[in-house]
Each structure stands twice: as structure tokens, then as C-alpha cells.
Design a binder for this molecule. Structure first.
Ligand SMILES: Nc1ncnc2c1ncn2[C@@H]1O[C@H](COP(=O)(O)OP(=O)(O)OP(=O)(O)O)[C@@H](O)[C@H]1O
Ligand SMILES: [Mg+2]
Length: 212
């Protein structure tokens, strides 16, 4: 269970969040909707420890998470699938997946490659281990980005606009992927402009700053 209480965030004088609250139950899919500029990406970035939080509490499984000296969460439970995927362009799919777990989780190369192989297999990408990102389709890059997030065994997966670059057929594939993850018990937070998509996948929909 993830709870956010009294969260405040400004960029210079501009208030993005003031006393924002949210909770996300284990296994839940929560869609975050809201206008452009409302702070959806900022919220995901704060939860992933990539953006500083001015004040407020982030409580995960009953324990308040600590911040570093810059206000960024130290141990984020959230794995992040970026809107533009942010795959490393000069690396193969396999290297994109194994880099972080080897560097930050201390997995051996063999362990990381085995895990990557299993995930890519499950996501229908077994034939693309050595491909570079530029040679993949939008939907394939999306799945590589998801596999890369899952390599870190995150307790929550956050997606930023997972369907924005996709045609309707691939949009349905992403919906299926997210629903499959739910069946495996993964908790998910999905930022989307697309209310039809949100209604299709989400248990709950939270509007972020609807008045912006
Ligand atoms: N690093 C930053 N420095 C200053 N302002 C920022 C920064 N990042 C975001 N902002 C501002 O914060 C507000 C929220 O941005 P954010 O990207 O979170 O919105 P969003 O809800 O994800 O919008 P969209 O739907 O267009 O992706 C915007 O006004 C944006 O200009
Ligand atoms: Mg955004």
C-alpha cells in the first residue's frame, strides 16, 4: 500500500501540488488523468526519486520513506516506464535491460542476462535480444522499456502516457500487458490523457489538478 499525504511541490513560484493526497492499494491499477501541465509526470518523477519533493509524506507499507538532502526519495518502490522510453540508443536490448541490475542490484552478468531473457521471452521479444532500439517498432520499444523497469523488481510500476505514441491495435496490446501484470499481482500507476483507455484498465481514476 502506497500513501501520499500533504504533498507540496513548487517550481519557483508556481504551485504544482498543495496538500495532495493519494493512496494506491496492493495490486491496484490507478489511472492518473488531468490536463496538460497539471503535474502528472512530475508526480511520477517524485515517486521514482527523480524529482525533489518540497514537503509531505510518502508512506509505503506503513513506513515513511526517507528523502536525501535534495528532497528526493531515497528508496523508491516505483519502477518507471518513461513516455519516450529513454532506452540507451547505443546499447542492445539485452544491455539496456542488464545495465542497472548489474550496477545497482549487484547481479552477476549471467544472472542479469538470464532474467532479461525470461522477461523478453514473456513479452514476445525473444528474437530481439541483440537489436538496437532504433530498429524496433514503437510497441516493441514500449515492451523493452517495461521489461527494463521490471528487471529491478519494483513493487510498483509507473507508466507515463503508455499509449500516446501508439496506434489503436498497439494500444490494446499495452492494455493487455498492464492487465496481465495485474494478474501477477503487480501494483500499477498509469498516467494517461486517454479516458477510454483509463476506463478500460483502471480500478480507479484520479484526476490531478483538474482546474489547471
Ligand atoms: N524541471 C522543471 N522546472 C520548472 N518547471 C517544471 C519542471 N518540470 C515541470 N515543470 C512545470 O510543472 C508543470 C507540471 O508539469 P508536468 O510535466 O508534470 O505536467 P503533466 O501533467 O505531465 O503534463 P502533460 O500532460 O503535458 O505531460 C508544468 O507547468 C511544467 O511546465
Ligand atoms: Mg506529462
Amino acid at each position: 500500500m502506497l500513501e501520499i499525504k500533504e504533498l507540496c511541490k513548487k517550481f519557483r513560484d508556481r504551485i504544482i501540488f498543495e496538500d495532495f493526497r493519494m493512496s494506491l492499494a496492493d495490486g491496484e491499477i490507478l489511472a492518473l488523468a488531468g490536463p496538460s501541465g497539471g503535474g502528472k509526470t512530475t508526480l511520477l518523477r517524485m515517486l521514482a526519486g527523480l524529482e525533489s519533493i518540497d514537503s509531505g509524506k510518502v508512506i509505503f507499507n506503513g513506513k515513511e520513506l526517507a528523502y536525501d538532502k535534495n528532497g528526493k526519495l531515497l528508496k523508491s518502490p516505483l519502477g518507471f516506464v518513461f513516455q519516450d522510453f529513454q532506452l540507451f540508443p547505443h546499447m542492445s536490448v539485452l544491455q539496456n535491460l542488464t545495465l542497472s541490475p548489474i550496477q545497482t542490484l549487484g547481479l552477476s552478468k549471467a544472472e542479469a542476462e538470464k532474467k532479461a531473457g525470461q522477461l523478453l521471452d514473456a513479452l514476445g521479444l525473444a528474437g530481439h535480444l541483440l537489436a538496437k532500439p532504433y530498429s524496433l517498432s514503437g510497441g516493441q520499444k514500449q515492451r523493452v522499456a517495461l521489461a527494463r523497469a521490471m528487471m529491478m523488481d519494483p513493487q510498483i510500476i509507473g507508466y507515463d502516457e503508455p499509449t500516446s505514441a501508439l496506434d489503436p491495435e498497439l494500444r490494446d496490446q499495452v492494455a493487455e500487458l498492464i492487465l496481465d501484470n495485474k494478474k501477477s499481482g503487480i501494483t500499477q500507476l498509469v498516467v494517461t490523457h486517454d479516458l477510454d483507455f483509463a476506463e478500460k484498465i483502471a480500478d480507479n481514476i484520479l484526476k490531478v489538478n483538474p482546474r489547471v
